[in-house]
Design a binder for this molecule. Structure first.
Ligand code: AMP
Length: 364
C-alpha cells in the first residue's frame, strides 16, 4: 500500500519505519530540503499549498495522512476529494485553534480550566477580574512547545500583554497548580473501534517535553479513555490523536489540548508496547485491524534536544534504545530520543538516571 504523508519531519520518519514491515511505501510532502523523513521514501520538496505537488502526492498514494497539522483547509479539502485522507479536516481545524478545542471539550462535558476568549486588552482586563490570577495567556493558533504564551503571575504582568503576544486572538486560562501532567494516546479505526495506550506521565522543561513514562495503573485511565473516546467519536476521527491533561492536586483530570497526530509522548510505544502509535496510526488510516496497545515492560522515553549526547555511551546503557532523527542540532530542536526498557521499576529508575546523566540537551 502507498501512503502519502503531508509533513516530512521525525513523525513522518517514524511512521515510515513502522510501515516498512507491513510493506507500506511512503511519499512525503515537505517544503524543507532537509526533511528528515526523506530517506524513508519519496520526498516532494514543495510548498504546503503547491498544486503540482498535491497532484503528485495524490497520484502516488492510496491513502493520505498528516504529520503536520497547520495545512490550509483548502489543501486538505482538495486532497480529501481525490483520495481517502485521515484524520478529517474538521479535527485539524479544531486542534489548531485553542478556542475551538476548548469549546469542543465543553460541549462534550470534558472538564477544563476556566477560560475566556480575548480579542483586546479590555477583554483581558475583564477576564482577569473574572478568572483571577495567576493565569496563562496563550495565542489561539500556532503555539507549540510553550511558545506563544505568557504566564500572568500578578496584576503587574497584565498591562500590554495582548500587544506583547502580537495583537492576535488569544485565550486566557486559569493557572492550574497541577500535581502532574499526563497524556492519553488514542487511536480510532475506520470502523469506529477505539484503543487507548496506558497514560503517559510527562515532565516538561521550559515548555518542551523532557520525559514520558507510561503508567499502566494510573487511577485516571478510565476517565481519560472515556474523554478521548467522546472526542474521537464526535469528530468521526480516524488515526492516532494525543490528549494532554493536567492532574490536579485533588485528583481531578482537566483537558488541556489535543494533537491530531502521533505524539512525542507516545514514542515509548515503539519498543514498549505490543503495537506502537505509529503502526496503529497506519493500520487505522489503511483500514486494517488495530493492534493491541498494552505496555510490554517498564519503560520511559527521554528527548534529545538541541545537542546529541555521546552515542556510544548511551548505547552502552542496558535497555537503552537510541533514535537519531538525522536533524541538524539547534537549541530547542528535538533531534532524537532514547527509550529505556527494564525488567522492573527499580532497574528502570537506575537506567533512566544513567541516560539522563549523559544528555547534553540545549533547550535554547
Ligand atoms: P500547552 O502549549 O498548552 O501544551 O502548554 C505548555 C505547557 O505549559 C503545559 O504542558 C504546562 O506545563 C504549562 N501550562 C499550559 N497551560 C497551563 C495552565 N492553564 N496552568 C498551568 N500550566 C499550564
Amino acid at each position: 500500500m502507498h501512503i502519502g504523508i503531508v509533513g516530512g519531519g521525525q513523525l513522518g520518519r517514524m511512521l515510515a519505519q513502522a510501515g516498512a514491515p507491513l510493506d507500506m511505501r511512503f511519499t512525503f510532502l515537505d517544503p524543507s530540503t532537509q526533511a528528515c523523513a526523506a530517506s524513508q521514501g519519496v520526498h516532494l520538496c514543495a510548498d504546503w499549498d503547491d498544486e503540482e505537488a498535491h497532484q503528485a502526492l495524490i497520484e502516488a498514494s492510496d491513502v493520505i495522512t498528516f504529520e503536520f497539522e497547520n495545512v490550509s483547509t483548502m489543501a486538505l479539502t482538495q486532497l480529501a476529494e481525490q483520495r481517502p485522507a485521515f484524520p478529517p479536516a474538521k479535527a485539524l481545524e479544531t486542534a489548531r485553534d485553542r478556542g475551538a478545542e476548548k469549546s469542543l471539550f465543553q460541549s462534550l462535558d470534558i472538564a477544563i480550566a476556566p477560560i475566556a476568549l480575548i480579542e483586546s486588552q479590555e477583554d483581558l482586563d475583564r477576564a482577569v477580574a473574572e478568572i483571577g490570577l495567576p493565569a496563562v495567556l496563550k495565542t489561539r493558533t500556532l503555539g507549540y512547545d510553550g511558545k506563544g504564551q505568557k504566564v500572568l503571575r500578578s496584576a503587574d504582568y497584565v498591562p500590554g500583554s495582548v500587544a506583547e503576544l502580537g495583537d492576535v486572538p488569544l485565550i486566557l486560562e486559569g493557572f492550574i497548580d497541577f500535581d502532574h501532567e499526563v497524556s492519553a494516546i488514542a487511536v480510532r479505526g475506520r470502523d469506529g473501534e477505539v484503543r487507548v495506550w496506558p497514560l503517559s506521565r510527562n515532565e516538561h522543561r521550559q515548555g518542551i517535553l523532557h520525559r514520558a513514562e507510561p503508567q499502566p495503573d494510573h487511577p485516571l485511565y478510565a476517565r481519560a479513555a472515556d474523554y478521548a473516546t467522546r472526542v474521537l467519536d464526535a469528530l468521526e476521527y480516524v488515526g492516532v490523536m494525543a490528549f494532554e491533561f493536567f492532574v490536579t492536586r485533588d485528583g481531578e483530570l482537566l483537558a488541556n489540548e489535543i494533537a491530531p497526530r502521533v505524539h512525542n509522548s507516545g514514542h515509548w510505544s515503539i519498543e514498549g508496547a505490543t503495537t506502537s502509535q505509529f503502526e496503529n496510526h497506519l493500520r487505522a488510516v489503511a483500514g486494517l485491524p488495530l493492534g493491541d496497545t498494552t505496555r510490554l515492560v517498564p519503560c520511559a522515553m527521554l528527548n534529545i534536544i538541541g545537542a546529541f549526547p555521546d552515542r556510544d555511551a548511551v548505547l552502552s546503557v542496558a535497555g537503552a534504545r537510541l533514535h537519531d532523527y538525522d536533524k541538524a542540532p539547534r537549541p530547542g530542536r528535538k533531534i532524537g530520543h532514547v527509550t529505556v526498557l527494564a525488567p522492573d521499576e527499580a532497574t528502570l529508575a537506575e537506567r533512566v538516571a544513567a541516560v539522563e546523566a549523559l544528555l547534553v540537551n540545549d533547550l535554547g
